[in-house]
Write a protein that binds this ligand. Structure first.
Ligand code: MTE
Ligand code: MO
Length: 379
């Protein structure tokens, strides 16, 4: 069993797939803390977790034969930790498939049945990818250096490794804070999250945040991996598996504005307090470094809206972390059943689409429609 070396996991996680391991925390636990505890952080593996000896580990920084710039580098963990300045950044990671089950409920899609919790936030410590690339001789504006590919050390039985890429420009940007991370929330990276080294690409879809990083390749092309070329792309709702042409869509990088209600849960009976109010909670986040500036909540299926209270972290520059939100919301009088809705606005005044159907796509990615939770009102 190639999965026999996988680590043990917290039993409270909702498992979407055991082998490879994919799981999310219960939504109401997810928003109990601004920083998600490591054992509750969602886990998304495509392959068995590789067993890596930290003493033998080497990160290889490569270039294709045609490229003149740069020099190959081999870095041990100690090299990484001592040769470059330490950098810490709080980043929310979200899988492109977060909330896929709502898309699947409209019309079948192919993919894991994620609920609302394929998203989590951690404080990551590592070194800037930029500093490593500068050390390898790359400068900001050299030709032929369009992309930076990442190769994981996890592989399938044919030896094919997980891989993805981002633009060279993003990799070199100081503002974008792309990190080679070896710590997560004050501990060394857990096995499930890429021990001993992973990439953190703030504001960008989870799939580019390559875990168990073994090799970096600066190149003219994007990663040729399946996950860069033939997956993690968006399509028109009428494209099906017979007509899809993966080369016609760009790979997802920055993610759109997102929010969800984590409390109460769908189908729950809510009990208003003596003021006729209940507590509604959730998260909101946007990609590309855009900050969440407002979350609107409706208790009557979208007729009227109230602004929720936001909590988050103060930060200079681009914003990479989510905001948690809550509201003491008035329950409509004499209502027996209500639909609670949330929708967020980011600093670019981007808003969420109101329904899923117009953004439906065959792979079930990028669902950021208004989140609706139907509940019963108790005494
Ligand atoms: N990196 C490797 N090497 N192998 C993987 O399967 N999964 C990707 C990304 N990096 C993956 C990977 C996907 S799709 C996501 S959403 C994130 O890791 C999930 O990161 P997490 O498990 O730390 O939450
Ligand atoms: Mo993902």
């Amino acid at each position: 069993d190639p999965y026999s070396g996988d680590p043990s996991r917290h039993p409270i996680l909702k498992i979407n797939s055991q082998k490879p391991f994919n799981a999310e925390p219960p939504p109401e636990l997810l928003t109990e803390n601004f920083i998600t505890p490591n054992e509750l952080f969602f886990k998304r593996n495509h392959l068995p977790v590789p067993n890596i000896n930290p003493d033998e580990f080497q990160l290889i920084v490569d270039r294709p034969p045609g490229l003149k710039q740069g020099k190959p580098l081999k870095l041990s963990l100690k090299d990484l930790k001592t040769k470059y300045p330490r950098h810490e950044v709080t980043v929310t990671l979200q899988c492109a498939g977060n909330r896929r089950s709502e898309m699947n409920a409209i019309k079948q899609v192919k993919g894991l049945e994620w609920g609302t919790a394929a998203i989590s936030t951690a404080r990551w410590v590592g070194v800037r990818l930029r500093d490593v690339l500068l050390d390898a001789g790359y400068t900001e504006d050299v030709s032929g250096t369009q992309h930076v590919q990442f190769e994981g050390l996890d592989q399938d039985i044919t030896g094919t490794k997980y891989g993805a890429s981002i633009s060279f420009k993003r990799a070199m940007s100081k503002d974008h804070e792309v990190l080679l991370a070896f710590e997560m929330n004050g501990e060394e990276l857990p096995k499930d999250h890429g021990y001993p080294l992973r990439v953190i690409v703030p504001g960008v879809v989870g799939a580019r945040n390559v875990k168990w990083l073994g090799r970096i390749i600066v190149s003219e092309e994007e990663s040729l991996s399946h996950w860069q070329q033939n997956d993690y792309k968006g399509f028109n709702p009428n494209v099906d598996w017979d007509t899809v042409d993966f080369s016609s869509s760009p790979a997802i990088q920055d993610l759109p504005v997102q929010s969800a209600i984590t409390e109460p849960c769908p189908g729950q009976t809510i009990t208003p307090d003596h003021d006729g109010k209940v507590t509604i909670k959730g998260y909101a986040w946007s990609g590309g470094g855009r900050e969440i500036v407002r979350v609107d909540v409706s208790m009557d299926g979208g007729k009227t809206w109230t602004v929720a209270d936001l909590t988050g972290e103060q930060k200079e520059g681009l914003k990479w972390a989510w905001k948690l939100w809550s509201l003491e919301a008035v329950v409509p009088i004499e209502a027996k059943e209500i639909t609670i809705i949330c929708k967020a606005v980011d600093s670019g005044y981007n808003v969420q689409p109101d329904t899923v159907a117009p953004i439906w796509n065959l792979r079930g990615v990028l669902n950021n429609a208004w989140h609706r939770v139907r509940v019963t009102v108790g005494e």
